[in-house]
Design a protein around this ligand. Structure first.
Ligand code: GDP
Ligand code: MG
Length: 706
């Protein structure tokens, strides 16, 4: 039998873990809310003709966030024959609010009482039989992580899916219940019988989608009943329903969860006392991130990368391929395209894979253990001051892997302004593709110091915070930060499976890009560097690219790197940031042939001073991200106009930062230039945008708007 089963539950209740366990799939799992942004599908292991859909995590079915929209539409349209409602057993009260709403819909619900291993470890107990009786639906105790109770769960939900009818469960009492029946009576004939009860509740809640589904005279009549009930109960309909649900849940959970006698503080509580401590939190976070970047870029990952670059590519793959091709009688120009263009370009990128693997491994460990959620929690204290929510930090952290999923993760932010500004600023973070560039500058000009990476990381955060304030004011509004409702999951020893999946997922993303875009771009750059405008083969110095770079370079001289190659590198970075390396590889590679194959680092030092190198790095970190990320931004912002505004802002901001760093740096070194004055003016201008009072907040614009 072909059936569809949906997984739904609060963020971080373990849906994705359960989905992977049930389907043998390999979705990325994160120990924080918001990792699952789109719905994902797989086939049930026990019955391959049953499709399982992992819906985005939601707290309710009100259409206030994109996740809620996706999940709700899926259920309303009847796309699921049955749902598994994943409930975090350690957090019943909050989780069951959603359960009630599912039962009101009448879809066959099976509650998966997840995290039962945590309950057990704490010595607590849950009475799932009693809960099942009270809810009127099966409740199955499972541990998605330990893969316990899954057979039972699958069998139960399949049985539920075979019923095929919707029977709404009614939990409300007295006056409210009467009002809802009355509304149901009026809606009859306009709404299908199976959703009648649910729609009646939605009318009571003043749900924004109800008017689309009902003719307005019918709605008007129903709203009279709503108003009468509101008057009599002394609150608005939405609040009446919300508090009624809390009351129901309150009586449902009474006596269900028994805390162990032992009491005392759990391990998680004790760790949190230190890790989220007012004074220690930020230093600990900084130390952790330093360690992460030190291990991945400087030491372990660094050695492995050196080995791949030098031993594998320079000493073996490149010369051998060249010999082999020449031996086959391939023409010189084609050998040059393949070896100097494509393989060198790909090699420069793949060489960094070991570093990335180490980085992704560490990030996955932090995520899965539960520490990452604490970082977001701690960051909320800071971000709030900048009018953002702690949730803005999730896209930022995801963005350290790749800006594309990072920007997409901004969808979890309810407040529209916060969401858009987060999508516009996430790419300020050093993503995986930018790490090779950081390593290049740090290695070539700063003796491999880990402080370069750390400073770029903090400048990224700084840029996001400053831009958050500036952009909010440009848009002429003080958006209120949305309330922070993030669960702090219990710490647990990371599962090897999750860690490997997450590491593989992020790395694969990187390699896929390296394999496609970069081969094309490398080929193009090779063409532009090997030929002049009349397509005569020439040295790089007189190539097409050199003339493009030369034409643009005056604009970048005040930043300290007016060399055409640096400009060309920056341009190629728009295709993908890691291209900056392959481009330099090609640009220097052609000269390196004459100069006994010295590395690209030595060449970097000849075209820029350390200070200029730092300015180059900052510009490339902050200016427009790669085309893929710009595409993601376009998706989240919803219009090309806003996307263009965002990219323009990013480039301007990058220019100001790089200019200020270089010119103030020169002044500190005792060699100020004329450009110090414009730099100072631009910094003052930015400060003005930051501190200015934008006047009336948009929300309170009176009279004609109303
Ligand atoms: P989602 O947001 O609902 O998709 O939740 P995830 O599947 O991403 O899981 C969130 C976190 O909870 C991850 O760290 C999981 O490893 C962890 N987790 C999920 N299920 C269980 C479980 O049954 N027991 C324990 N101890 N942890 C779990
Ligand atoms: Mg998930």
């Amino acid at each position: 039998m072909k059936k569809n089963i949906a997984l739904i539950g609060n963020p971080n209740s373990g849906k994705t873990t359960l989905f992977n366990a049930l389907t043998g799939g390999s979705q990325r799992v994160g120990n924080w809310p918001g990792v699952t942004v789109e719905k994902k599908e797989g086939k049930l292991r026990q019955a391959r003709d049953v499709t399982v859909t992992d819906l985005p995590g939601v707290y309710s079915l009100s259409p206030y966030s994109p996740e809620e929209e996706v999940s709700r539409r899926f259920l309303v349209e009847g796309s699921a024959d049955a749902v598994i409602n994943v409930v975090d057993a350690t957090n019943l009260e909050r989780n069951l609010i959603l359960t009630l709403q599912l039962l009101e819909m009448g879809i066959p619900v099976t509650v998966a009482l997840n995290m039962s291993d945590v309950v057990e470890r704490r010595g607590d107990t849950v009475d799932e039989k009693k809960l099942s009786e009270r809810l009127g639906c099966p409740v199955i105790r499972v541990s998605a992580l330990k893969r316990e109770g899954l057979e039972n769960l699958a069998a139960t939900v399949l049985e539920q899916a075979s019923y095929g009818t919707r029977i709404p469960k009614k939990f409300f009492k007295c006056e409210l219940s009467k009002a809802i029946s009355e509304i149901s009576g009026m809606l009859e004939g306009h709404i299908g019988d199976d959703l009648l009860y649910w729609y009646s509740i939605k009318v009571m809640e003043h749900d924004p989608h109800v008017p689309e589904a009902l003719p307005s005279p019918v709605l008007e009549r129903a709203l009279e009943t709503v108003r009468r009930t509101e008057d009599s109960l002394g609150d608005d309909g939405e609040a009446i329903i919300a508090s009624a649900r809390y009351e129901v849940v309150d009586s449902l959970v009474r006596g269900i969860y028994q805390k162990s006698e032992k009491g005392g503080k759990s391990v998680t509580d004790r760790i949190d006392e230190v890790v989220t401590n007012r004074w220690l939190a930020i230093p600990i976070f900084a130390a952790v991130m330093f360690l992460v970047y030190y291990l991945s870029i400087t030491s372990v990952g660094g050695y492995m990368t050196d080995w791949v670059n030098e031993t594998v590519f320079e000493e073996n793959v490149l010369p051998r391929t060249a010999d082999w091709l020449a031996g086959m009688g391939v023409e010189d120009w084609l050998v040059s395209l393949i070896v100097n263009g494509i393989i060198t370009g790909v090699g420069a990128v793949l060489g960094f894979l070991p570093q990335l693997l180490v980085l992704f491994l560490l990030l996955a460990l932090l995520e899965d253990s539960g520490y990452m959620a604490r970082i977001a929690f701690v960051m909320d204290r800071i971000l709030r001051r900048f009018g953002l929510s702690g949730k803005s930090f999730i896209p930022i952290i995801v963005g350290t892997g790749c800006a594309v999923p990072g920007i997409m993760a901004s969808r979890t932010i309810e407040d529209e302004r916060d969401r858009k500004i987060t999508a516009m600023t996430t790419s300020f973070m050093p993503c995986s593709a930018k790490l090779p560039v950081i390593a290049l500058i740090s290695g070539a000009l700063f003796g491999g110091s880990a402080w370069i990476a750390v400073s770029v990381y903090f400048i990224g955060v700084f840029s996001i915070l400053v831009s958050g304030v500036i952009l909010k004011k440009i848009r002429g509004a003080f958006g209120k930060a949305s309330p922070f409702v993030m669960e702090l999951p219990d710490y647990h020893v990371p599962s090897a499976r999750n860690v490997v999946l997450s590491m593989g997922d992020r790395s694969w993303h990187f390699v896929k890009k390296a394999g496609t875009i970069i081969v094309l771009a490398s080929g193009l750059i090779w063409l532009l560097t090997s030929y002049d405008w009349s397509l005569n083969p020439v040295g790089a110095e007189s190539s097409m690219l050199a003339s493009i770079g030369n034409a643009l370079s005056p604009a970048f001289s005040p930043l300290g790197w007016g060399d055409w190659r640096a400009v060309v590198g920056t341009l190629s970075g728009l295709v993908a940031k890691e291209n900056i390396l392959s481009t330099f590889g090609i640009l220097f590679g052609m000269e390196a042939v004459a100069e006994d194959g010295a590395e690209i680092w030595t060449y970097m030092a000849t075209i820029m001073s350390p200070l200029a190198g730092f300015s180059f790095l900052l510009f490339n970190m902050l200016c427009a991200p790669c085309f893929a990320a710009i595409g993601a931004m376009r998706r989240e912002l919803g219009s090309w106009k806003e996307t263009a505004l965002a990219v323009g802002y990013q480039c301007a901001f990058a220019y100001v930062v790089a200019l200020a760093v270089y010119q103030f740096g020169l002044a500190i070194q005792g060699t100020p230039s004329f450009w110090l004055i414009p730099a100072a003016l631009l910094v003052i201008g930015t400060g003005y945008l930051f501190f200015r009072n934008p006047g009336e907040p948009e929300d309170e614009v009176p009279a004609e708007a109303a």
